[in-house]
Design a protein. Structure first.
Length: 393
């Protein structure tokens, strides 16, 4: 774990999830929206852990200097005399005039260092890297792929920040589409699974993670790739076989941190079956969300589905709470329906009643209201994300 530092993160399509994941992974002392920006958030006094994996954060940047010490900043990125410096500049909250001035100052300073300035717009093509954008080139880790700067105005200062990490987009795509067993209409995106795992804050080596409704194993794959010891459970033999095939593929065909895994047939609502599995550091799962809906249903139709699913979720959580370590967290999703006549959401009080579990107040300290709604515009069924801990005895 690194010493405390300030970081800026760019939020994804679901800002509350991005903020919650940032807080879980980077453990800030405080956080705030960057003034004048809708998409960037500043985390103060973070303790960022490595290796770092995340799913809903678009980029992470650290401060490198200001306009006043630009030469010192750029010396760190200069190549041997006569070489070029490939760079991009993204405005966090600068006016067009400020961005233009900062860009010109960087170019002038690079030339004063007797280097060649190779400016590439962050979204432009750069043919040297096979028609990649400079951002994609950096993500792919080319040794001379350049530096992506963020320009930030703070009071009267123009600050320069440097992007230090992105999500593993290529890895998500590979684990989503190259694995042998998929169910695209039912499986969650790997990036979302990654975020859910991070929300558990289970960071000790080889932490045990359970997915009691594992399906084709999306959560198991992401957790295994992050170094967790994973256990999967499903009532469907076919899904157990799918998960096992996908985990075998992960460990034999990709570069991964995967340790050990176990997947078996079992019913997550049967406490005796759960007890035989032992204690877990965290539980991350997506229980059944109800039938696939082709078009927005009538409100009364999804209210009926909700009445059937709520006691099922409640029964599962009662058993899962008994195999969760005292300091552990359960992160699970439940459906949010876009019905004709309005949004239908299960009652969290009924889901949690008698389980001994409560919403995690750690995130509420930073202004995050639980459960978090994960939205995808073209989906009829959205998701509510619960982050749960053991309540007072």
């Amino acid at each position: 774990m690194e010493s405390a530092q300030d970081l800026i993160v760019e939020l994804g399509d679901n800002p509350d999830l991005s903020i919650a994941e940032s807080i879980a992974v980077m453990c800030p002392s405080s956080c705030e929206k960057v003034a004048g920006s809708e998409n960037f958030f500043k985390l103060c006094g973070t303790k960022m852990r490595h290796p770092l994996y995340y799913g809903s954060i678009l980029r992470v940047a650290k401060p490198v200097g200001t306009l006043d010490n630009l030469e010192d900043v750029l010396l760190d990125f200069a190549k041997p005399r006569g070489g070029g410096i490939l760079w991009a500049l993204i405005s966090v909250n600068l006016t067009p005039g400020e961005q233009s001035s900062l860009k010109e100052a960087i170019q002038t300073t690079i030339k004063s260092l007797h280097r060649r300035s190779i400016y590439v717009d962050a979204t432009a093509r750069y043919s040297r890297f096979g028609e990649l954008t400079v951002t994609r080139a950096i993500r792919k880790g080319f040794p001379d792929s350049g530096t992506e700067f963020l320009g930030v105005r703070r009071g009267g200062l123009l600050e320069l920040w440097r992007t230090i990490s992105y999500p593993d987009l290529d890895g998500f795509i590979e684990r989503d589409f190259a694995r042998p067993c998929t169910r695209p209409r039912l499986s969650m995106p790997p990036s979302l699974a990654n975020s859910l795992i991070n929300l558990t804050q289970a960071i000790k080596p080889n932490a045990r993670l359970l997915d009691p409704f594992c399906g084709t194993g999306t959560i198991l794959l992401e957790a295994a790739n992050m170094g967790f010891t994973v256990v999967g459970l499903d009532v469907d033999y076919q899904m157990v076989a799918c998960s096992l095939a996908n985990l075998k593929w992960l460990t034999t065909n990709t570069v991964t941190s995967a340790r050990s895994y176990l997947v078996m047939r079992g019913n997550a609502t049967h406490e005796d079956e759960l007890q035989r599995l032992g204690l877990f550091d965290c539980i991350v799962t997506e229980p059944p969300l109800g039938p696939i809906l082709e078009r927005p249903p009538e409100k009364r139709h999804v209210e009926k589905i909700m009445r059937e699913l709520t006691p099922f979720y409640n029964q599962a959580l009662k058993g899962l709470s008994r195999i969760l370590d005292n300091a552990g967290r359960i992160v699970l999703t439940t459906p949010v329906w876009k019905a004709k006549g309005g949004i239908v959401v299960p009652d969290s009080r009924l889901i949690l009643k008698g389980t001994g579990l409560v919403m995690d107040t750690y995130f509420q300290r930073f202004g995050i209201r639980l459960p978090i709604t994960w939205r995808k515009p073209d989906n009829i069924v959205q998701r509510s994300i619960y982050i749960l801990r053991h309540g007072p005895a």
